[in-house]
Design a protein around this ligand. Structure first.
Ligand code: SF4
Length: 498
């Protein structure tokens, strides 16, 4: 009887990517996924150190897991950014945790679990530099049609509110050939869409001898047969160069969607955040994007209440957001992150009621903009990549436009499945999604066919057991370290704030 695992992922897409690798490692060790935490022999928490109350979430969850440990001997594993930050403090506060590993040594999970099995004491291992690129590890994706592909890890910037550089280290780019090889393997496995991941994709390749440019990497995605869609996150406005816009415009499978984190519209606050660009530069980039990619959708991240933010600063944020007209915005109330420079600006902290009031106003503005963006789709015909059954209506399926807009449409007689591409006429808009009529055209894909077959077998639409994809042999280890000479790397591998 194979042992079961349950993974809980907190935070950004890079963590989702790493969790798919953790799942791949565990499945390669013979574990099978359990959807119910209570039924799992092993529970792995892949933690985040950015999102609000990250600590409370972790220790709260560990508190809930203790009874499982006491009653069933469940193995409890904590990994990711908060593990890298807190380390031994986790086993001090929760001595029922078995294994703690960090952001650089996911590849060591099998060895650490073996050590934990042979000792009563918790096993803790944190390393300061990346051992193996997570991408070199087997992956168990959630869905057949999409894959996260990390192109670099770490960040060389030093935004004063962000803890990522101290937890994920300096930028480390993968070799372009490895990225393309992985994408080709994914497409051969039925993947239709990939999202290229990096804390700052624009600085991709600067640490490699050959200095490949991100724009060239995007263009190379256009040479992968069968790859329908390419997305990427996160770019940094300071490093964003026009050649990337030209590569997007000239490479058919690169989607017309750009996530460009502004964070604040006040130059004074941007300086205090150490964001190294100003609002004029950002708006010029928005205008240039709309010149070269007229149909492009623009989304962003915004922080309200950064220490020292005045009413005037906030009005400047409202002004820049109004001019940029975003399709969607992820807005956050500033929360101090221990270990970041901004967390020490205690005397400048903005009163919570003031932050909440500003947040409400900004939310209302970005919500109106999002509604306008979805309303602009009404009366147009759009291609969707079908993602899943609608979460709110059984008679509908949900998909995304190339602009990443969420659209629900009638399921019809069931010949359409997640992974297929459909063309629909958009008939209605809401703040965060649109409604369309029945498909006017359907392009079935291998991912869609596999999903249809799974549904016909009575399996779910998501990827089931043993769907582990092992990367091509010789996939890169951090440059400067050698791969294991052709032998498969033993399974041992994260808006993405940006
Ligand atoms: S916010 Fe983004 S760019 Fe800034 S330090 Fe964090 S990860 Fe790097």
């Amino acid at each position: 009887m194979s042992r079961t695992y349950h993974i809980r992922t907190f935070g950004c897409q890079m963590n989702v990517h790493d969790s798919e690798r953790a799942a791949g490692i565990l499945e390669t060790m013979g574990y099978r996924r359990s959807d119910e935490v209570a039924d799992a022999d092993l529970v792995l928490l892949n933690t985040c150190a950015v999102r609000e109350n990250a600590d409370n979430k972790l220790y709260g969850t560990l508190g809930h897991l203790k009874p499982l440990k006491d009653e069933h001997g469940t193995t409890i594993v904590v990994g990711g950014c908060l593990a890298q930050k807190d380390g031994g403090a986790i086993t001090e506060r929760a001595p029922w945790v078995d294994v703690v590993y960090g952001t650089h040594n996911l590849a060591s999970l099998p060895r650490l679990l073996a050590e934990a099995d042979s000792t009563e004491l918790p096993v803790l291992e944190l390393v300061e530099t990346l051992e193996t690129f997570p991408s070199a590890l087997p992956a168990k994706r959630e869905v057949r049609h999409h894959a996260w592909v990390s192109i670099s890890v770490g960040c060389n910037n030093s935004c004063t509110f962000c803890i990522v550089p101290s937890l994920r280290g300096p930028e480390n780019s993968r070799r372009a050939g490895d990225i393309i090889a992985e994408v080709e393997a994914l497409v051969a496995d039925g993947v239709v869409e990939v999202t290229l991941l990096g804390q700052n994709v624009n600085s991709y390749g600067r640490d490699l001898d050959s200095r490949p440019l991100f724009a060239d990497l995007l263009r190379s995605m256009g040479t992968v047969d069968g790859l329908e869609r390419v997305r990427f996150t996160s770019p940094h406005p300071r490093d964003f160069t026009e050649d990337v816009l030209h590569a997007m415009a000239e490479t058919p499978n690169v989607c017309e969607h750009l996530h460009l984190p502004l964070q604040s519209g006040s130059d004074r606050v941007l300086r205090a955040m150490r964001r190294s660009y100003r609002s004029r530069r950002f708006l010029d980039l928005v205008d240039r994007t709309r010149d070269l990619l007229p149909d492009a959708a623009l989304t962003t991240d915004l922080i309200v209440g950064f220490p020292g933010e005045t009413d005037e600063d906030f009005e400047q944020t409202m002004e820049v957001v109004a001019q940029a007209r975003f399709d969607q915005a992820f807005t956050f109330q500033y929360s101090p992150r221990p270990g970041t420079p901004a967390a020490d600006m205690v005397d400048d902290f903005v009163a919570p009621d003031v932050v909440a009031a500003r947040y409400q106003r900004l939310e209302a503005l970005t919500r109106r903009q999002s509604h306008d963006a979805h309303a602009a789709l009404v009366g147009t015909s759009r291609q969707l990549l079908v993602e899943s059954p609608s979460k709110t209506d059984d008679t509908r399926l949900s998909g995304r436009t190339r602009g990443n807009h969420l659209v629900h449409f009638p399921r019809g007689t069931g010949e359409v499945a997640p992974g297929d591409l459909v063309t629909v006429d958009v008939v209605e808009a809401a703040a965060n999604y649109a409604i369309a009529g029945a498909p006017t055209a359907v392009t079935t894909t291998r991912a869609g066919d596999a999903t249809r077959a799974a549904l016909a077998r009575g399996d779910g639409w998501q990827l089931g057991a043993d769907a582990v994809l092992t990367p091509p042999v010789g996939m890169s280890t951090p440059h400067g370290t050698t791969a294991s000479g052709g032998r498969p790397v033993l399974p041992v591998l994260p808006i993405l704030p940006a």
